[in-house]
Design a protein around this ligand. Sequence first.
Ligand code: SF4
Ligand code: SF4
Length: 379
Amino acid sequence: MRPHRFTVACARCESYEREKVQDAVREAVELAGGFPPIPGEVLVKANLLSPCDPARAVTTHPEVLRALCLLLSGTGAEDIEIADNPGYIFRHQEAELLQKTGMLDIQNEKIAKVGLLSRNGFRDVSVTDAVSLNTMRVSQTILTSPCLINVSKLKTHVETEITGAIKNMFGISDTDTRKKAHGMKGQTFLLNAVIDLFSVRVPDLCLLDAVDGMEGNGPSHGTATRIGWIAVSKNALALDVVQGWIMGYKNPFSITLLDIASQRLDGPRSMEEIELKGAEWEDLPAKGFRKASGSIRMFPAFLRGMVHRLVTLYPELDRPTCTRCGICMRVCPVKAITMEGSDFPLIDTRACVRCLCCHEMCPCGAMQVSESLLSRFIR
Ligand code: SF4
Ligand code: SF4
């Protein structure tokens, strides 16, 4: 048996009260073995998916980022930047994004610079052993960063089940790469694309904001719920496995993304290879946590590719909520949505690859997700 090699440190944090968050972040970082060597310049990759109030648990909470940056300053970092690429429809709303997510306050306090990962453009890269994406266009800022800290938010995801440390790195790519990743039929193409992108620049440290998380049909339209943990690890997969455990998975490796990641990335292949510090396993699961809909996870991993189309979720419009903004049409990677000749979006179900980007990016939750009859029957 391989020895314990992957440490995940947890610290209780019952609210976003400033002192409590600072104490929890410091404790978790110390238990995880401290920061990697700090070269002076540090990039913090947050989750800034859309211009949302932090209370909705769509984005990494500013108090967690604030506490992390203050701690980094105390250990020699002189030039700290917090950045992300939001969903592509929000890429021209930088000011609104940074203001609503609480990032501007951090910048105004001179704790860190904040901005978009796209600011220095993108570059074509390829990684050895890529499975889905032979080439990817990745943020120059990420590629040139001497120290990268990945700060994810605990959330569900209607397509990948979990939004954690590995999935958070999906945001380092440009729109075309993300559309390419979403645009192929079959779930494993997207999951391997997520891992391809993660492999481009493996973070030096990962921190999970699980003080509040998102349950239900995340990552944009689920429900915020109190979880009460900050967790830190040098290994993203180990951190995601612990996140899956917090979300109530008895075997987090049954999440297909983590199963594939355990075969492709450096990281644990079983729970026994994770050394948990600061908490006992039985203390971690969030009581009554609601996973994303969908019964695909009831099938063993080797069958999921075959049954995906039959049991996967599909988008369905709730007309009374729809404002007819057309965003869903613009984000669909396979142009399955049209609005010509109709006041409302129309979905070509034969062309739809069920990536649910339209659900994720709909600003008012009008593009909902539904389950097939078969899916409901077997659940
Ligand atoms: S479903 Fe959502 S994104 Fe699409 S047109 Fe309606 S409101 Fe806009
Ligand atoms: S209609 Fe929605 S779920 Fe279907 S391919 Fe387009 S964006 Fe994806």
